[in-house]
Design a protein around this ligand. Sequence first.
Ligand SMILES: Nc1ncnc2c1ncn2[C@@H]1O[C@H](COP(=O)(O)OP(=O)(O)OP(=O)(O)O)[C@@H](O)[C@H]1O
Ligand SMILES: [Mg+2]
Length: 567
Amino acid sequence: MVFLLLAAAATLAVPLAFRGLVDAGFTSREINDKFLTLLGLAAILAVVTASRFYLMSWLGERVVADIRSRVFDNVLRQSPAYFETLQTGEVLSRLTSDTTLVQTLIGTSISMALRSVVMFVGAMIMMLITSAWLAALMGVLLLLVVLPIWALGRHVRRSSKVSQDRVADTSAMAGEVLNAMPTVQAFCREPYERMRFNQSVEAAFKEAKRRIRLRSILTAVAIMLAFSVITFVLWIGARQVSATQMTLGELTQFVMYAVLIAGSIGALSEVWGDLQRAAGATERLVELMRAKPNLSEAGGGSLTVSQHRGEIADVSTAMPASAAALEFQDITFCYPSRPDYAALNRLNFTVASGARVALVGPSGAGKTTIFSLLLRFYEPTSGGIAVFGRDIRSWPIDALREQIGIVPQDPVIFAASAMDNIRYGRLEASDEEVIDAAKTAHAHGFISALPEGYASFLGERGVRLSGGQKQRISIARAILKNPPILLLDEATSALDAESEQAVQRALDAVLPGRTSLTIAHRLATVLHADRIIVMEAGVVVEQGHHTELIAQSGLYARLARLQFTKE
Ligand SMILES: Nc1ncnc2c1ncn2[C@@H]1O[C@H](COP(=O)(O)OP(=O)(O)OP(=O)(O)O)[C@@H](O)[C@H]1O
Ligand SMILES: [Mg+2]
């Protein structure tokens, strides 16, 4: 603001210096001084303008950096349900292109606007001093100019929001296709995807065209109106000079102020357009920044995770052996996107502390859903879940998730080294601990055989690994986390029989002392579970040990007969 005001003052002093020059008639001996003054003004203007530019641009970058972090931070806290409706590409687009608009606004437009406002006000005041009557006339006429500009600006804003939405659609589509390249190519769908992307790009272009047209009209209207006003006022001024009511120097000064005013109005109308555009982008960013995670974080959040770990460790050792590690009471759950379909229907079961329980059942029975509820990715529609005897809603979310290690159905590999991928389970683990976990998960062999061993980059989404290798990295990650509860969702489904047995044996070695819930389709892997829970269509239909279930000759017996007689 200081530099801005200094720059404005220096600019406003220029016409004053000119008036002196003109009225002195270019012949006086003071002329050298006057020109030196002008040069001095230029020097001040240069330094002050550069400083203002530096500070304003800095501010723009800083604000955008903060917005990006805040938006990302809030997005990270959303539950999976949020991402069922919002595409990741869209979030990315908002984080990049929308924030860039805001940056332009703050770094350039606001600076321009402030300067123009100051110049406008300053030049108006100086004009009033030069010729009050002419200035007043001009002021009133200019008011009439501002109204249409303001009205047009609102259209620009609406169009801008739509335009940015279209750009986001494009990003979302590109992101999806790039993630599915092998499938796209295997189905020869390149022309189809090209067409779809083209359509999306063209839709964005069409919207941008609309916006640009509006902006052009806005500019034309602003320039035309402002110049008409100035020309009219000057015409009156010129008549005053010829009637000798005004000196030529005064009119020169007045003209220069008028030019400054016209310039600032032009700049302001442009800024107004930018502002409307950025307002559209900001709305979209604020949407992301304000989105509330639909989980209520439990009280007791002040307890640190490690304190909880300690407390639970004490409790679970002090508890009688029969105390349940996991308890599902009458759980009914519908996914938010399918409110009329119960993925789980009045489900009841308990898992004793330290038990190894298997979950089996046909595809779509709701097995993975159970894991999602345990991790509080979703809230059950009714019923309650307890972990170590404590309702999960009363757990601080971090502490709850700290108790649980999960090997998901489709393992996630980050674009990082093998070492970093396993260490994701516990960031502070040493290299030796990571390697130990890899050995336990039977991943050590193939990782060592990679070109750079543990430092090998695994590619985005682990594209450089086989399905079974990804699973073993994922298992190593969960083992490294060393949680009291392990959830394995078909953790070994992509392994050959031999590796599967090896990993199974390794899991046998780490499971004692932990509670585990294992989802498996291959029944051979659950033969030795303490208990098998058989699910179908969201309900538990049978449970018991392998031999008991066979004796019941129900769903399990049927599945077992199919699998074991074939093998
Ligand atoms: N995000 C979701 N939104 C809506 N419905 C879902 C969602 N995820 C799963 N479902 C539905 O919930 C039901 C249970 O799904 P779940 O993933 O728990 O099955 P599953 O037993 O793990 O099956 P599989 O053995 O094939 O992995 C299915 O009918 C599925 O269509
Ligand atoms: Mg599943």
